[in-house]
Design a protein around this ligand. Structure first.
Ligand code: SAM
Ligand code: SF4
Length: 525
């Protein structure tokens, strides 16, 4: 009879543990064959004790806010099943990687992390290793060929199945998958259902801070930009019911959350239809603005074509709305935008920027750019550099084009810009952006801004983790990062900070004390 080595190993652990609990005779010459003489009562007691024993979960997440949220959900479901989180991969019974496939680099990172587990899994066959998220949906069964010791592969639309899959895989030793349907695999409604991931169950301890949370309002994407894998991995665009969004916002506020960031791939395309009523992002902002306890509302990522005037007016009129708008332009060349199938022209983008500035003069806008997209010439790249300079973004995320199998670009357009050229263009955009960001940050010198304090800065965590007074970091209403000296008691508070120094990406300030506020008010009156 073939015996699964993992089952055998699990059984050995089981016996040793039962013996230490005095549930089994501990004779030194007992062969490890518990099935034969295992007393029924002892086995029952042992099973319940084993079930009560905390299992250890290690989870690593790469990619966007969607993935962070998905990991929160996975942790929450597994905590309910008795799992405890560990940051020590060696100590874990279950090791999960929540993956991203937007660029090849992100996938390679996951495969190298898996590679490092090869030997560990040989020694501990009872451990369950899982690959979740977009790479799981995209690569599906081929993950098992590249990393044969992976046990479960779960797409982002099937995460609720994880606890069962782990248990099944552990007990049968089988490799298991749970995947959503492909975009052409059946009727739209069926495909949509196979991608649904909404679940109000969340784990507050997984959030970046207790007073900040992402709230998913939309899944999937129907824009099909030619370079992008997301419509395939995350499925059709679907808006979440406003009642569920409101309920989750209230729960978050009840847990002490002050800042909610609504997330969706094209968040401003959000629509939810019920009977004759259509709810859009503007309506959601008004609804959520009324939730007590919430101080700040943000939303990412916006699609340029869907930046409507009523949405901009809502951001202007609702004091809790952050004046930060992330609206990726991707390129400054109409020909490139056409090859990317972005659905707008540079003129449309400029018009949107004009409307933003007219409606919300202090808005901070940021963008994403892809450099070295198929056939991008020096002239086309120069148009992108010009647009970046003209729009004076708060910051820009710059990506070197990475061909993604399964996208239209990979099928029809050659990835023909050499790597060194992509790298140079990448550096050049970052250089231009740094100049603009530094110049614009200069305008904050001497000004006092309201900062939601997030916690110790990276530098403080590294250098002075135990100090009483340490460097703290937080963000302004327009998403600018501010660092200042403070105490841990100030974490989670919204404080007035006066800026005395700047870098391209950081404002450096001091807390405006009540005494100084009084003095300043006195001077001003
Ligand atoms: N939905 C958002 C939008 O339309 O702007 C962005 C979502 S995408 C996951 C985040 C960013 O990754 C994109 O804005 C784009 O700049 C970049 N990206 C997507 N596919 C890429 C690819 N194949 N190569 C390089 N960058 C890519
Ligand atoms: Fe990808 Fe385009 Fe959809 Fe953004 S809008 S997720 S870039 S397909």
């Amino acid at each position: 009879m073939l015996v699964c080595p993992r089952r055998n190993a699990m059984r050995c652990v089981t016996i040793a543990f039962a013996a230490t609990l005095g549930l089994l005779p501990t004779s030194p010459d007992r062969d490890n064959t518990p099935d034969i003489n295992f007393p029924v009562n002892a086995k029952r007691q042992f099973d319940s004790l084993l079930a009560a024993m905390p299992k250890k979960l290690y989870i690593e997440t790469v990619g966007c806010q969607m993935n962070m949220l998905d990991s929160e959900m996975v942790v929450a479901i597994l905590r309910k099943k008795g799992y405890e989180l560990t940051d020590d991969v060696q100590a874990a019974d279950t090791i999960l990687f929540n993956t991203c496939s937007v660029r090849e680099h992100a996938e390679e990172k996951t495969y190298s992390a898996l590679g490092r587990l090869r030997e560990h899994k040989k020694k501990h066959p009872e451990k369950v290793i899982g690959v979740l998220g977009c790479m799981a949906q995209k690569d599906q069964h081929s993950i098992f060929s590249r990393a044969p010791y992976v046990d479960i592969v779960v797409g982002p639309g099937q995460l609720q199945q994880i606890p069962d899959l782990i248990e099944q895989s552990r007990s049968t030793g089988k490799q298991l998958t749970a995947l959503s349907m492909g975009r052409k695999d059946g009727p739209l409604e069926q495909i949509k259902r196979s991608h649904e991931t909404f679940d109000p169950l969340r784990d507050p301890t997984m959030r970046p801070t207790p007073f900040q949370a992402y709230l998913r309002i939309q899944i999937g994407c129907d824009k099909f930009c030619t370079y992008c894998i997301v419509p395939m991995t995350r499925g059709p665009e679907q808006g979440r019911a406003p009642s569920e969004i409101l309920a989750e916002a209230k729960v978050l506020a009840g847990q002490g959350c002050k800042e909610i960031t609504l997330v969706g791939q094209t968040v401003n395309s959000y629509r939810y239809e019920a009977g004759d009523t259509t709810t859009r992002l503007t309506d959601l902002l008004y609804m959520l603005h009324a939730v007590d306890g919430i101080e700040r509302l943000k939303f990412i990522t916006n699609y340029p074509k869907d930046m409507t005037d009523d949405l901009l007016a809502a951001v202007r009129d609702l004091p809790k709305c952050s004046t930060y708008l992330h609206v990726p332009a991707q390129s400054g060349s109409n020909d490139v935008l056409k090859r990317m199938k972005r659905g707008y022209t540079v003129e449309d983008y400029r018009d949107m920027m004009r409307r933003i500035k007219e409606t919300i003069p202090d808005a901070a806008v940021s963008s994403d750019f892809i450099v070295g997209f198929c056939g991008e010439t020096d002239e086309e790249f120069q148009l992108t550099a010009d647009l970046l300079t003209e729009c004076r973004f708060k910051n820009s995320f710059v990506f070197k084009y990475s061909e993604r199998p399964g996208t239209k670009a990979s099928e029809h357009l050659p990835d023909d810009v050499p790597h060194e050229v992509k790298q140079w263009r990448n550096n050049e955009l970052l250089r231009l952006q740094a100049i603009i960001s530094e110049e614009d940050n200069q305008l904050f010198l001497g000004r006092t801004v309201n900062v939601l304090v997030e916690g110790p800065s990276k530098m403080a965590i590294k250098k002075t983790p135990d100090a009483e007074v340490l460097q703290l970091t937080g963000r302004t209403m327009c998403d600018r990062i501010v660092v200042f000296e403070g105490t841990r008691r100030q974490v989670g508070q919204t404080l007035p900070i006066t800026i005395y120094e700047i870098t391209p990406y950081t404002l450096i300030g001091t807390v405006l004390t009540e005494h100084r506020v009084g003095t300043l008010l006195g001077i001003g009156s």
